[in-house]
Design a protein around this ligand. Sequence first.
Ligand code: ATR
Length: 487
Amino acid sequence: MLAAVITELKDIPKAKDADLAELRLDYIKNINNAKLKNLMQNCRKPVIVTNRKKSEGGFFNGNENKRIETLKNALELGADYVDVEYSSDKKSIRDLIHNKRKTKIIVSYHDFEKTPGDINKIYVRIKKLNPDFIKIVTNARSVADNFRIFDLIRKANKEKRKIIAFCMGDYGKFSRILSIIFGSQITYASISKRKESASGQLTINEMVGHYRIKKINKNTKIVGLIGNPVEHSWSHIMHNAAFDAFDINAVYLKFRVDRLKEFIDYFRKLNIMGFAVTVPHKIKVMECLDEIDRQAKEIGAVNTIVSKNGRLVGCNTDCHGAIRALKAKTRLKNKNAIVLGAGGTARAIAYGLKEEKSNIIILNRTAEKAKKLADYFNCDYGSLEHLKNIDYDILINATSVGMHPNIGSSPVPPDCIKNGAVVFDAVFNPYKTKLLKIAEKKGCTVIPGIEMLIYGNMMQFRLWTNRDLPESVMKKMIVVYAKNASN
Ligand code: ATR
């Protein structure tokens, strides 16, 4: 179930897509019985009444007896759920449980700093109080902290205990969705951005619209992006919309991953379709897989993992994405193509250009790196300054220059951009980079990086689901989204 966290009375109507409303009384001024009753009625959906003190991440700073009193009042007024912290006086918790009538009592434990080592002990202690729900929410300092919470959810399920558990923080964000697949009962969302009541909380719109939380169940297949950071990625919007269009029971998440091998080893045992892989894991991940396909091996990087009968196979769709985006606008055979950059992206694009029989020159800030790549592809190389002396048909930026937030930079000066050339920028945020804006003014054919992303994602979708993404629909949606995001 999805609970909308209400911190301001005026937000109640905005919780319409949630299953429950959590009334955070500690945010609401001058609360009394009449006002509480009114509020509960206005919510028009089951209500969780919560009144957090400061040490539990809340704003209530009055007398502790008064705080417990408000929870008792909520019981008497017939609140559907009352959440009381395990750190409260144990007699007060027992009294609430004893007098609960139809109200369900959630006994909650929060650690805003870490995921403690003795999380099982905490669970056992709360269990002894026999509440309707055991809630354990901790801060993930590493992706691996989530795994202990997921194991705890499984244990509670086996014991037929109702549990609400997930991790806070950037490393725990995905657990707010995944915990529901594993059997956690409630996940919480903010009404809108900047109204989060805890770190890592997503908005109702993200939960319902982007992640389809209401369609998730224990059979939902897991897929997602592994990287660090991952916040900037929009692929979840595209893939989840496609799952929706095809009615596929799967969810695409964003996993901020620090301990890569531990992550892969944990997830390979689960109901996964595979993963997309981004910076900084594209090379390192190869050591964690069972098989790597020929192209990914030759490119030397994996950006897609497919789970095939329990075996993890590494592939690369960057190359396909870039070449398809280019071929939609120009022929490649025998064309003179400049690749700016000598990192993983440059390598995947150069590989594809070579297969298409273009004449490639690799230019990079660090010329030795350009040489290494050029030796591999048996082509010419130089530093970025060499561009002004070279005649070319196609210019490709495969450096990170111009990427958000450094949107004012271009990898090369305007006078090096040839009138009428084809200019492709692998940077996809912003939608139109500085390089592309200059190129457009010079009458060039420009290809935004989002095109490479779309074609790459389409191939990933096929690898995971054996279905073809409806290109027109996806393209329309992502371009609209990207344009909005860059404004
Ligand atoms: P990716 O996997 O996205 O290609 P990468 O392997 O880190 O990422 O490669 C980044 C590329 O952007 C490199 O070619 C890098 O140039 P160096 O090899 O000289 O480091 C290039 N790059 C990054 N910042 C740059 C800058 N400010 N100016 C020019 N090139 C830059």
